[in-house]
Design a protein around this ligand. Sequence first.
Ligand code: SF4
Length: 243
Amino acid sequence: MAADRPFDKTRGRHRPCSRARHPDQPADGRGPENLSGLGGSRPTSREKRAGQHTHISRLRSAETTSYITAQVEQDRLYSRLGLAEAFAALATKHPEVLELHRPTFGLAKSLVETGELPGPVFDACPGTKTEWAFDMTGRIYACTATVGKPGEALGTFYPEVKLDEAQVSEWQERDVLAISECRNCTVQLACGGGCASIAKNQTGRLHAPDCRPVKELLGLGLALYGTTSDAAPAIQRGNCLLR
Ligand code: SF4
């Protein structure tokens, strides 16, 4: 409140409160950098003079370190199924989160909400079809997942506009019919072959599968939506709208 802040006689108004803090911030005045375990000390008088600039630099440094750590320590990241399981557990406990986000859970959302299977997915990867990515050095990539990776640029937009048509074609031809492992897969039209970049990371080939846990996701989704949606009675009777 203004009454709590010192009055600046020269400006005729209360000074901004330099000690204003977020409710989650420790009462000792230290900032969120300490919450990441990467800060720890009060700003020096010199840092105080540098003001917000120093504070923002510290936050950016902490965030960057955190992202890099997560990239290196892959076990700190969710798997696709692990994330779905964690979300399902959260939504079971707090169904109100489904008002903000209703994952597809494979085929489950469509089955519960419409009684129909969703349309067939021949190709789950948008790279070079509905997605492209451009970096600040003038290179063109198939998607954001490949930006900056050596050998992944498909062309340039500066200083010269050009595309490697052979590489672009390889991306654009990738679907469940082009990937040999997917051709006889029973869930191919629910999966769509997954992410091309992940497939290439794991196998060295673009035309390789990135398998989605379709059956597990369907089970999770039916269990979740079967208890939280209007279709619950039908699903619980075993009439889960599958035709
Ligand atoms: S589950 Fe694997 S093999 Fe089946 S369609 Fe998806 S990527 Fe291809």
